[in-house]
Design a protein around this ligand. Structure first.
Ligand SMILES: Nc1ncnc2c1ncn2[C@@H]1O[C@H](COP(=O)(O)OP(=O)(O)O)[C@@H](O)[C@H]1O
Ligand SMILES: [Mg+2]
Length: 290
């Protein structure tokens, strides 16, 4: 499978998907002879399923080609821009890197041993479910729209296929004024706190590379690995997120920053819910995630 697609490949997929939509039964041969060098058969079927469900109309272009996942720009039936994140492969490195997030988490520890495809599907589901919880709690993340198999569909941060810059890129382009930087830092810290208190989640891989800035507002992305606050290493993950964000604004941007340890204390001391309340809400949440 090639690592990137050109316009011609995308055109082909679009044509094939349009044709498949018109047919009651998808003629596998017609469909896959053309596109199998682009997406594997299973991914194409998943895309067709998402289209059948009415949450995706066309895939228009590649936004990002990472090692494990690719993000595409697409359109919903109502014309809305979408980001379509497709997990395509599992590298040995990926397995290793996710282990620290799932180890000790009774909900997910078992997935470490799953075969490649199943692991990607669980990871996509986990990303969707984390997005839902964060979005509902009021954290600025892409709006989750739907998911199927290894594909997560969410709102597009940017417009007309032009994605918003990452915080890192905005700074490198010299477009992060002191005022804007202060506002963004303030909001990101607030989101970390809301995520902890309301969604009971810790991003666990937060940095200037997983924050996009659109129209002056920060958006937190890439949440598949986020852990629950009852994860055995929750505090370490929370501490690392705070340090990463604060270090960027302190050392790279050069604005006044709060003390990360004090912030950590503050967030942890806001444990207003009783243990029993948390237990009940966890059970409910897990049930609703089934
Ligand atoms: N909702 C979105 N809207 C627009 N672009 C996005 C969106 N989500 C991700 N991207 C782009 O795709 C890139 C990779 O997405 P990310 O979720 O961070 O995956 P990875 O695991 O590859 O880091 C991001 O750096 C960003 O440029
Ligand atoms: Mg990322």
């Amino acid at each position: 499978m090639p690592c990137s697609m050109d316009r011609k490949d995308l055109k082909k997929i679009e044509l094939e998907l349009r044709r498949a939509e018109k047919e009651d039964r998808i003629k596998d041969k017609d469909l896959f002879e053309v596109v199998e060098e682009v997406f594997d058969r299973r991914t194409v079927l998943s895309l067709i399923e998402l289209r059948r469900r009415g949450c995706l109309k066309t895939i228009k272009g590649v936004v990002s080609a990472g090692k494990e996942a690719r993000v595409y720009w697409g359109r919903a039936p109502d014309g809305r821009d979408l980001a379509i994140k497709i997990y395509l492969t599992v590298t040995a490195e990926f397995r290793k890197s996710i282990w620290k997030y799932i180890k000790g988490d009774p909900r997910y520890e078992w997935i470490g041993k799953l075969p490649r495809h199943k692991l990607m599907a669980v990871w996509a589901r986990k990303e969707f479910s984390n997005l839902k919880r964060l979005f509902a709690a009021g954290v600025a993340v892409p709006q989750p729209i739907c998911y199927y198999d290894t594909i997560v569909v969410m709102s597009f941060i940017g417009e007309n296929g032009q994605r918003a810059p990452l915080l890192k890129e905005l700074h490198e382009a010299g477009e992060l004024s002191t005022d804007l930087a202060k506002r963004i830092l303030d909001k990101v810290l607030r989101y970390i706190e809301i995520a902890y208190r309301e969604a009971r989640l810790i991003h666990a891989d937060l940095s200037e590379y997983n924050i996009m800035v659109w129209r002056g507002e920060p958006y937190i992305i890439d949440v598949a690995q986020a852990v629950r606050v009852d994860h055995p290493n929750a505090i370490e993950f929370l501490r690392r997120d705070l340090y990463n964000v604060i270090r960027f604004f302190d050392e790279e941007v050069g604005i006044d920053v709060p003390d990360p340890e004090e912030l950590l204390e503050k967030i942890l001391s806001c444990e207003v819910r009783s243990v029993e309340e948390e237990r009940v809400s966890t059970v409910r949440r897990d049930e609703s995630e089934q």
